[in-house]
Ligand binder design. Structure first.
Ligand SMILES: Nc1ncnc2c1ncn2[C@@H]1O[C@H](COP(=O)(O)OP(=O)(O)OP(=O)(O)O)[C@@H](O)[C@H]1O
Length: 249
């Protein structure tokens, strides 16, 4: 593979994490570059969620460094960390909408939490409308989550992830639980958002179709390390059977 001379926006170096005798991450390395869609694939239980939790600060790695735009987040104070986190949007499986709030109120929530950052934006109402427009759901602004289909709910969650105009978006299993047509709509939306906002995306997925369509690059997480890296074509045609096995449906 070619050596990449671009600067990463997010970098994990030599991350180790064990739970008792269960050594989950054993020196995992990853660079996410500006504007790219990087997919992480790994078998169930391989440590993908633990890796994401290390990035968002829910789990403390035993060893290694995590930098976002050259700032080390492991040694950072809470206040700086909160501000830096506004640079990251999340679309997690569990990132459900608040049932008792309208779509508009759900989107206003992160704006209110991060008022300092929002001062530079065009105003709450305009920000909410522009994020909803990006996911094609402006007409649903006053609806309740219960009135929306599963796919629409995920699009609203995506609008909420976008509202602070993050430079990085992390998607954890973005298509899980959706039928193939809706899953494809979400994938196309992720692509158009990447173009519109020039975000760098980290995507955790089991979905081979999603990985094929969305990825510029894929990292296979095996035995706690970045076992193999490359484009979909490179990895799915790899001479290594363990790498190739990921792409058999
Ligand atoms: N808080 C915790 N305490 C103890 N063990 C944990 C904890 N969190 C994760 N683990 C263990 O770490 C390993 C990796 O779990 P993780 O949830 O990261 O897997 P995954 O790759 O995300 O799996 P899946 O694809 O099924 O979601 C598992 O063996 C799990 O039991």
């Amino acid at each position: 593979m070619k050596k990449d001379n671009r600067k990463p926006v997010l970098e994990l170096k030599d991350i180790h994490k064990s739970f008792g005798t269960n050594h989950v991450l054993k020196g995992f390395n990853m660079q996410l570059y500006e504007g790219e869609n990087l997919v992480i694939m790994g078998k169930s239980g391989s440590g993908k969620s633990v890796m994401v939790k290390c990035i968002v600060g829910l789990v403390q790695p035993d060893r290694g460094s995590i930098t976002i735009k050259d700032q080390d987040i492991i040694t950072m104070g809470q206040k700086e960390l909160d501000l830096l986190r506004t640079e990251i949007g999340f679309l997690f499986q569990g990132s459900a909408l608040y049932d008792s709030m309208t779509v508009r109120e759900n989107l206003e929530f992160p704006l209110r939490r991060h008022e300092d950052k929002v001062k530079n934006f065009q105003g709450t109402d305009a920000s909410v409308k522009s994020a909803l427009e990006s996911v094609g759901l402006l007409h649903a602004i006053d609806m309740m989550p219960s009135e929306l289909s599963g796919g629409m709910q995920r699009r609203v969650a995506l609008a909420r992830a976008l509202i602070l105009k993050p430079e990085i978006i992390m998607y954890d299993e973005p298509t899980t639980g959706l039928d193939p047509i809706t899953a494809n709509e979400i994938i196309q939306l992720m692509r158009s958002i990447q173009k519109e906002y020039n975000t760098s995306s980290l995507i955790i997925t089991h979905d081979v179709d999603c990985a094929r369509v969305i990825s510029n690059r894929i990292i296979l997480l095996v035995d706690g390390i970045n076992y193999a890296e490359g484009t979909y074509e490179e990895l799915s045609n790899s001479s290594d059977p363990q790498a190739r096995a990921f792409f058999k449906n």
